[in-house]
Design a protein around this ligand. Sequence first.
Ligand code: CAA
Length: 389
Amino acid sequence: MEIGIDKMGFYTPEFFIDMEKLAEVRGVEPAKYTIGIGQEKMAVAPLSQDAVTMAANAALEVLDEEDREAIDFVLLGTESGVDHSKSGAVWVHRLTGIQKYARSVELKQACYSATAAITMAMGHISLHPERKVLVLGTDIAKYGLNTGGEPTQGAGAVAMVLSANPRILALDTDSVSMSEDISDFWRPLHSDYAIVDGKFSNQAYLNFLADVWGEYKQRNNRDLSDFEALCFHVPYTKMGKKALKALTEQASEEDAARLMGYYEPSISYNKAVGNIYTGSLYLSLLSLLEQGPELPEDARIGLFSYGSGGVGEFFSGKVKPGYKEHMLKDEHEALLNNRRELSIEEYENILQQALPKDETDIELDVLETTSGTVVLKGVQANIRHYGKN
Ligand code: CAA
């Protein structure tokens, strides 16, 4: 029985900034951000959008009545959790109208946890083939103003419905993962901003990639010639390029050219959104499937997931014939094209806003948010109130 991704939804907030304009204000050569980092635009989340609302909005794009009845597991991967106890998945379960007899859980391991959610979903579906699982990767990447990480921020969510006989990507059972306790990137409980050892994090990412890929090749007796395309966790698009270069260093000219050829379509959405942590690898996959040429039947895609701190995994899947018919390319292009550009001053104000850290009630101004979108309306008596705008 094949198990894999049957549907893919995506949401990013309605605001963005232009990276060249950010560079100008920061007194940096614009090419550093657009070429050196490889980002064109950066999504900015208003206070009324958080990990819960973005995940719900991504899921609402794809769920139909049949999914709502068949889903009995909601797995939300995030490192932007909004409560130490209650999982964001419970709110998403309610906001998306999934039937009551479902389990809803949040998973955390930096940018990696949506990949763990996929593994859990595969196990669940192999035991209950008639059931479906909703997997969400949703985050706001925040390093703070004037920091080295600032140009690699972003916000958004990817929602995936996993099922038997999937229509988009049948996942292989070949994954190789590894864990190693390192301090390259983390966010202490007291901080709204991530702490990062930037250069070390880049190196750690590449070390994990080399390690899991080496082990994967050996265990599965595969090499690059077995893959039509590769997708990576994309904290910023230049990192994906470094990863691809590292893997293809020893490859034949033919393999290197084929894999490089898919690189641009695989980062098209990431370039316009920025880092969405847990969703970044899946945004890259979405971008490849929607913006790339139709992949040959049964083409295998290799995927590298990395979550600082750290866990890495290399796994793969084969595209299903006719997968393009099940993608929402026009909708996702419209979502990105209809966003409003913020001035750098507006962005700076939004980035520094935060919900009260004490018991004060707050009602959020959500007037500017697109109608029909799930928003955080406010917090009363320490209870977050979510609903459609
Ligand atoms: N024109 C073209 N390129 C230029 C340039 C110009 N005028 N000026 C500089 N560059 C290039 C540099 O040569 C460099 O390229 P290489 O990396 O290929 O050498 C690139 O622009 C970046 O320049 P710096 O290394 O000087 O940049 P920096 O020190 O300001 O920081 C960063 C870069 C470390 C990525 C920083 O943005 C950061 O800390 N980001 C957050 C951490 C991160 O994303 N780490 C990724 C791995 S960890 C992970 O993947 C998990 C996760 O999601 C966080």
